[in-house]
Write a protein that binds this ligand. Structure first.
Ligand SMILES: [Zn+2]
Length: 102
């Protein structure tokens, strides 16, 4: 849904996978068993360079350094699910090549 006008008239398009942390929370309680070894971790609303926002987590090595406005980039991770299967999840990590805006 469009965040500006709430339209559901959208199409798929290729994006850069780069953006900034728009806002975040730190999760201390796993909401799904596959994440029980990962807590605490940061759940971040990412604003992509193209203006689209999406929600993702940061890897453990980044969660302590997250801040609003920090540059991030996507990576894709195969995650286990309870029945022994796996699914691919878009996740984000801090871009260390960019200066810290804070
Ligand atoms: Zn719109």
């Amino acid at each position: 849904m469009c965040a500006a006008c709430h339209s559901t008239d959208w199409t798929w398009t290729r994006v850069s996978g780069r953006g900034v942390a728009y806002t975040f929370t730190i999760t201390h309680q796993a909401f799904q068993p596959a994440w029980s070894d990962a807590v605490p971790y940061a759940v971040v609303t990412i604003e992509l360079d193209e203006g689209v926002r999406m929600v993702a987590d940061l890897p453990a090595e980044d969660f302590g350094d997250v801040a609003i406005g920090r540059p991030v980039e996507v990576f894709f991770d195969d995650m286990p699910i309870g029945n022994g299967g796996r699914f691919t999840l878009p996740r984000f990590r801090l871009r260390r090549d960019e200066p810290d805006p804070s």
